[in-house]
Design a binder for this molecule. Structure first.
Ligand code: SF4
Ligand code: SF4
Length: 261
């Protein structure tokens, strides 16, 4: 799910190495590596729901404006669920809009995929019933010279250092929903209405807030007063509530079509 995929031709033949949480990696990224910011160009960055909240707040934009200015819509592979990726600049190197000579302009709020890199998290990391330590892939791309540095980490230490745990915890219901949808036969398709609900709840928190508070939603789904207060005040609480609601609503119907009528 959390993917920062490199589009450079030399990366195509590299086989990722499978790791677990205690695997050791030799890697260090800092401003003096010759490849500094090389991985911020020609890439495809899938944005998670929490990434969008952090970025739109960092840029002082509504979620609608952030989506319109900074993202490209697509579909999550092996599902018909909508995703958004960071829109790259139309320059020769297809640069990330936030990369500068001296690094990342929004580093403290960088997306989940940028935090994982050069690790990739397998989408199984939140599969129900699976080992919650999950699987990781160390993508050893030739242009990345961080592997020549001598610093050693376990995957667990890397995750902590990069703040990945918080992102994964907030996105957990979203990740699980996608994993479960992937396991459904391809013949089971979502309706357009369900896809729109998935998009709004996952990526457009401002619209979802209006959907909850400017409709009969609270009465219709019997949301208790404590929860109403919490989600009114706190965007992260609203996001987590929304993702849980979305998953329960979609999966309580075998055809995933909760909103047909
Ligand atoms: S968001 Fe920051 S770290 Fe991620 S690709 Fe862009 S510049 Fe690089
Ligand atoms: S060492 Fe790797 S992760 Fe760090 S800037 Fe270079 S290419 Fe990017």
């Amino acid at each position: 799910m959390e993917s920062k995929e490199n589009n450079h031709p030399e990366s195509a033949s590299i086989e990722p190495v499978k790791l677990d949480i205690d695997s050791e990696i030799q890697f260090h990224c800092h401003k003096n590596v010759k490849c500094f910011t090389r991985c911020c160009r020609g890439i495809r960055i899938t944005l998670t729901p929490y990434d969008i909240i952090r970025l739109k707040n960092r840029l002082d934009l509504s979620s609608e404006d952030f989506l319109a200015i900074y993202t490209t819509p697509g579909l999550l592979e092996k599902t018909d669920l909508p995703l958004v990726t960071l829109k790259l600049l139309d320059d020769d190197l297809e640069s990330c809009p936030f990369v500068r000579e001296d690094g990342c302009l929004i580093y403290e709020d960088r997306p989940t995929a940028c935090r994982y890199y050069p690790l990739g998290a397998a989408s199984l990391s939140h599969k129900e019933g699976a080992d919650d330590q999950g699987f990781y892939f160390f993508v050893h791309e030739p242009h990345c010279l961080g592997f020549e540095e001598e610093k050693l980490w376990t995957v667990k230490e890397w995750r902590k250092d990069q703040g990945v745990d918080t992102h994964d915890e907030i996105n957990a219901e979203w990740t699980d929903l996608i994993v479960r949808k992937r396991s459904f036969p391809a013949t089971i398709q979502l309706t357009e209405k369900s896809k729109q609900l998935f998009f709004m709840t996952s990526y457009n928190i401002d619209q979802f807030k209006r959907f909850v508070f400017e409709s009969t939603f609270i009465e219709r789904f019997s949301v208790d007063p404590e929860t109403v207060e919490a989600i009114q005040e706190d965007e992260i609480a609203l996001l987590k509530f929304g993702l849980k609601w979305l998953k329960e609503t979609l999966f309580q119907h075998k055809d995933l079509d909760a909103f047909k009528s």
